[in-house]
Ligand binder design. Structure first.
Ligand code: SAM
Length: 279
């Protein structure tokens, strides 16, 4: 029999599809927990059945976290509290960071049991640079906010990783092509499940592929960094802004130049406002 676990908070990663990916250590912690904080008890009940464990669960999700957190923190002084999400690594586009913050502040042990994460798994499939990447989670659903968020990262020299759903995939790929330029990308779907695939191509090609055939299942989009052109100089940016502002508003000009030159849009917007003739 394993030694009893020290009381505290255990962050436990769970499979993103294939139950075989639950690590022995994750199973040991779940079996030994006094209580498991879960997003959806029906989902975690399936996992517990798989490992033959019967452990008390308590819901912890965006709608009750504020109310439930103090009670969980109090229990960590003498009990083993595990946190899981429905799938993958808790805290990654899932609840949990405030629980960790408050557990630390209260002086409790905080232990992580690492494991599956869709973002990292997609990076391993797409064949795009992995030395620097920026995890973007879900883009906003509304087109305007989505474009703004994309503009913010157009100049970032890193591979970008987005979570997305099938029905929104084509529109998101088209918005990425528009905002970032037509970069190489990968659409990783149903990772670790029966119909796992990773389709690669340009953003516009992928947008066209999925436009009339929204795919089923869970999806991660991976987008290559901007090309290897030498970074634009301040003079390049000023010249491009001056030209763009003969046709566009300062905001639109900043967006266009950010996209073309891979420069930070906010800095360009400030520059555009400074260059704008005073009325
Ligand atoms: N915490 C999770 C993790 O570590 O990946 C992510 C939770 S987030 C609420 C759920 C999103 O992750 C899905 O909408 C999808 O974009 C992505 N995802 C989860 N499982 C996946 C899978 N098997 N294949 C592809 N994407 C997946």
């Amino acid at each position: 029999m394993n030694a009893p676990l020290t009381p505290g908070l255990y962050i436990v990663a769970t499979p993103i599809g294939n139950l075989g990916d639950l690590s022995p250590r994750a199973a040991e912690v779940l079996r030994g927990a006094d209580v498991i904080a879960v997003e959806d008890s029906r989902v975690t009940a399936g996992l517990l059945r798989h490992i033959g464990a019967k452990v008390r669960m308590t819901p912890y999700h965006d709608h009750n976290a504020e109310a439930v957190r103090p009670g969980l923190i109090a229990r960590m002084g003498s009990e083993v509290v595990a946190l899981v999400s429905d799938a993958g690594t808790p805290l990654i586009s899932d609840p949990g960071y405030k629980l960790v913050r408050d557990a630390r502040a209260a002086g409790h042990a905080v232990v992580t049991i690492p494991g599956p994460c869709a973002a990292i798994a997609a990076l391993t499939l797409a064949g795009l640079p992995t030395d620097r990447f920026l995890f973007m989670g879900f883009l906003p659903a509304k087109a305007g906010a989505r474009s703004e968020t994309i503009d913010e990262v157009a100049g970032v020299r890193a591979t970008l990783v987005f979570y997305e759903s099938g029905p929104r995939l084509a529109a998101t790929l088209a918005a990425l092509a528009e905002g970032l330029g037509d970069r190489e990308a990968g659409v990783a779907r149903e990772i670790t499940k029966k119909f796992e695939e990773c389709v690669t191509g340009t953003l516009s090609g992928l947008a066209a592929r999925y436009a009339d055939a929204p795919p089923r299942g869970e999806i991660v989009i991976v987008v290559a960094p901007p090309g290897d052109a030498p970074p634009a100089t301040a003079d390049d940016a000023d010249a491009a802004l001056a030209e763009a502002m003969t046709r566009l508003s300062p905001g639109q000009a900043a967006s266009e130049v950010a996209r073309k030159l891979g420069v930070d849009r906010r800095a360009l917007y400030a520059r555009a406002m400074a260059m704008k003739p005073r009325a």
